[in-house]
Unconditional design. Structure first.
Length: 474
């Protein structure tokens, strides 16, 4: 077994698992969802039945029956005397439809490729002879691409030199690299909750302790909590998405940015700004201000072309002081050997057309957002559906904290979603559901119809006492 999850940790991750009867199947569904989201990695040892029963305040027979159900669906394996462990995805009945044909997969919030991408790729492929004469990958990044990225920041009012940029294999690679260089085991990281879950995973793997600051679709960031958390915990780093935050879609006001920066500077905290969604403006209509005036070295920015151009174009970058860039280059060989030349050449050809690309994305996302909101308002008027001014998803508030149960229920109907708890830092968010609006409008309308059909059954099948208890907690 590669790792072990304690009964206490599993209980926290399960959150409001008591979403239907019988209790053992509700518990099994909760663990299945953790496996599907990879919050329980393959080959993770589960707690003993007696320990988990005590932590969940249920009978041991309930846990035993849940484990038996998980064995039947191939999610776990049990060996007498060795306990139970989760299985790799390929050996599980994942809960998906038998065939993916006709399924609506809204687990990934990525728009389809920008229509002009194929032409650009073909043009770059015409330079293949020159490209293959080079090494093929680059630990720092092509000088022309780093220069184009620097110019992109300079146009935004953040004067940048190419020496302040390193090119990575996507934003996720950038986050892992920053975590490995900036953090040590036990260091604290301030992070929004809900947040981009893979960033939280990266910081945890670096040994960091996460300090959550609430952000909501309706009110934005709790700046009082943020200031208090920075002053009290003195985190080494703060990870923020100030523009079209994932998953809420909110953007910080200029005042929020000023307050956050001042509090971070007082705490000696490095501010990591994830701007992967910052250019996906639908109708805000104004350019986001620089997070600060003068851009001190305590602010590091990361971006990518994954959301704006295509998720398959694995090119990202980090913008920071030249000294930090040198440290990142020195540490990178333990993670990867560099970004492929071909993808960098494509990215360098795309950046001069960035305004054209962003305009097309804005139109595409507006169409999807408006279609999703209209369909949900019509089908599920009891839900609170926000209207974000940009980004890629809706952070919907349900009228009962049953997001996980709903996600499991609609999987068998061919609708694949991520529950609100997937985006939590310290548990919770079972009252919320993330619904990306990057899919075609007909799929979004079908998704709303499936959710409308399923919701009464999910809500009606949950034990009344459990729902009331969950609502009291939430």
């Amino acid at each position: 077994m590669d790792s072990r999850v304690s009964a206490r940790a599993l209980t926290a991750a399960l959150g409001g698992w008591r979403t239907r009867e019988p209790a053992y199947e509700a518990l099994a569904d909760g663990i299945r969802l953790l496996c599907l989201d990879n919050r329980l990695a393959p080959r993770t040892a589960l707690p003993a039945e007696r320990e988990l029963a005590a932590s969940l305040h249920v009978s041991r027979s309930t846990v035993a029956a849940a484990y038996r159900s998980l064995r039947d669906t191939g999610h776990i394996a049990s060996v007498r005397g060795s306990g139970s462990e989760t299985l790799p995805l390929g050996r599980r009945d994942t809960g998906r439809v038998a065939s993916t044909e006709g399924a609506i997969d809204l687990q990934q919030a990525s728009p389809p490729a920008w229509p002009g991408l194929a032409g650009v790729v073909s043009e770059v492929a015409g330079q293949a002879a020159a490209l293959v004469a080079r090494v093929g990958y680059d630990v720092l990044g092509r000088s022309d691409l780093r220069g184009a990225i620097a110019e992109h920041y300079t146009r935004r009012g953040i004067p940048t030199d190419a020496s302040e940029v390193i090119v990575t294999t996507g934003a996720q690679s950038a986050i892992h690299l920053l975590a490995s260089v900036l953090l040590g085991r036990g260091d604290r990281v301030l992070i929004e909750t809900p947040t981009y879950p893979h960033a939280a995973d990266a910081f945890r793997r670096a040994g960091a302790r996460l300090v959550g600051v609430p952000v909501t679709a309706a009110e934005g960031w709790d700046m009082d909590r943020a200031e208090q958390a920075l002053a009290r915990t003195l985190p080494v780093a703060a990870y923020l998405m100030p523009d079209f935050q994932n998953p809420t879609g909110r953007s910080m006001t200029p005042e929020d940015r000023t307050i956050m920066l001042a509090a971070a500077e007082r705490a000696g905290t490095v501010v990591i700004l994830d701007e992967t969604t910052a250019d996906l403006d639908i109708d805000r209509g104004w350019v986001a201000p620089a997070f600060l005036h003068g851009e001190p070295g305590s602010v590091v920015r990361l971006g990518s072309l994954g959301k704006t151009v295509w998720g398959g174009l694995r090119v990202g970058w980090i913008r920071g002081e030249a000294d930090l860039i040198r440290r990142l280059v020195a540490a990178r060989s333990t993670q990867d050997l560099g970004t492929p030349e071909f993808e960098q050449a494509v990215a360098a050809a795309l950046l001069p057309r960035f305004a054209e690309i962003v305009a097309q994305r804005s139109h595409l996302l507006r169409t999807g957002r408006d279609a999703a909101i209209a369909a949900l308002h019509s089908a599920l008027p009891e839900w609170t559906v926000p209207t974000p001014s940009g980004g890629v998803s809706l952070w919907i508030e349900l009228d009962a904290p049953l997001s996980s149960a709903l996600v499991m229920h609609v999987r068998s109907r061919g609708l694949l979603l991520s529950a609100g708890s997937r985006f939590a830092v310290d548990g919770g968010h079972d009252r919320h559901l993330r619904l990306p609006f990057t899919a075609p409008t007909d799929q979004l309308e079908r998704a709303a119809a499936i959710l409308a059909e399923a919701w009464p059954r999910v809500r009606g099948g949950a034990p009344v006492a459990a729902v009331e208890q969950l609502e009291a907690v939430v």
